[in-house]
Design a protein around this ligand. Structure first.
Ligand SMILES: C[S@@+](CC[C@H](N)C(=O)[O-])C[C@H]1O[C@@H](n2cnc3c(N)ncnc32)[C@H](O)[C@@H]1O
Length: 338
């Protein structure tokens, strides 16, 4: 599985662009961009090369970690998936392209699409230093128009992008992204109720069009979670010194919350349960919230079931747990049909 931290080549390229940069200026730009996101303004605050760099320094490590965690989950379910080409929609600084290149050595052709000139210019600059990625194609333009002419790809990714499209257009873009997907479509969004809501809407739309869910859900049925609950995960990532300065943060790490769905054209062979929250481990039992093919289960694995207990102690939020969750050991609690 791929590590959540930026690949050395990308880290070095970003570090090189930090030289001579005023950290205060970059921090102010990053704060303004974050505020614009919080106010629903999307990437519109990113206009200049300095804005694009501030955005990349502040956010690229976290969105990279979330995309990597989602790709790791996908690879665990479909270990023989070896896409040759990638389409990265709303690619921004190229985050998902870097993550997919790390995850799949099979990838040979990379096409990126984005409407933002400043982010595109930064992406081209960063990708230009990579022997493997420098021959990519990066189309500048509005996603729907650009996608109409784009070649379909085996892996299509849209990370932290759908939230920038208005509700009326999300469904049309979803249909177009699926039309351009030869095998697998991965959508990653912030791990907020709103991000989850967008994932669920497009998941339902595409299942109705014949798609199958590879991850995180172990079924193609309705999501068993109900408001105020929502399906999301967390990926811990290290913070560099510059990253800490830029975010005025103390901790040497951050936890990026994200929601995602990976949809495939062919049904997947295995449907392991998914751990939906960090399990609670006591000396008596492990209690874990699981999404299973049969619905939501609060699994209780007692210590007396020694082998199962030892396994369940190692479960982490976001893990796919094969077999164990279907065992009868200590299963209890809530159960709803998907
Ligand atoms: C939050 S950034 C995410 C960038 C990158 N995918 C990542 O994960 O770091 C969202 C990106 O989507 C792009 N975007 C938003 N709406 C778009 C549209 N209608 N057409 C093309 N790109 C769009 C923005 O320009 C921006 O680069």
């Amino acid at each position: 599985m791929t590590a959540p931290d930026l690949p050395a080549e990308l880290k070095a390229a970003l570090d090189a662009r930090l030289q001579g940069l005023s950290r205060n200026d970059a921090a102010e730009r990053a704060a303004l961009i974050s505020q614009t996101y919080r106010d629903g303004g999307g990437s519109s605050a990113i206009r200049t090369a300095a804005d694009a760099l501030a955005y990349a320094l502040a956010r690229m490590p976290a969105t990279y970690a979330a995309v990597t965690a989602s790709l790791n989950a996908l690879r665990e379910i479909i270990p023989d998936f070896a896409p040759k080409n990638l389409l990265d929609i709303g690619a921004g600084p190229g985050t998902a392209t870097w993550a997919a290149a790390e995850a799949f050595s099979s990838l040979q052709r990379f096409t990126l699409v984005d409407a933002n000139s400043a982010l595109r210019a930064l992406a081209l600059d960063l990708l230009g230093g990579s022997l493997r990625l420098r021959d990519m194609t990066y189309q500048r333009g509005e996603a729907r128009a650009a996608l109409a002419d784009a070649e379909a790809a085996e892996l299509v990714v849209a990370s932290y992008m759908i939230g920038e499209i208005n509700d009326a257009e999300q469904s049309a873009l979803t249909e177009l992204m699926w039309a351009k997907t030869r095998d697998t479509l991965l959508i990653v969004e912030p791990g907020t109720p709103a991000g989850y809501g967008r994932i669920i809407a497009l998941r339902e739309q595409l299942i109705a069009s014949g798609a199958h869910v590879a991850a995180p859900c172990p079924h193609d049925g309705r999501c068993p979670l109900t408001t105020p609950d929502w399906c999301h995960f967390a990926q811990r990532l290290p913070r560099s010194r510059a990253h800490k300065q830029l975010k005025s943060a103390e901790l040497p790490y951050e936890d990026e919350k994200f929601s995602y769905v990976a949809l495939t054209r062919a049904p997947v062979a295995q449907h392991p349960a998914r751990v939906l929250a960090q399990p609670v481990v006591t000396k008596v039992e492990v209690t874990a919230k699981l999404c299973t093919p049969d619905g939501l289960v609060i699994a209780k694995v007692p210590r007396r079931a020694r082998v199962d207990y030892a396994r369940a102690r190692r479960w982490r939020w976001g893990d796919a747990v094969m077999g164990e969750a279907n065992s009868t050991a200590g299963r209890a609690g809530e159960r709803r049909d998907p």
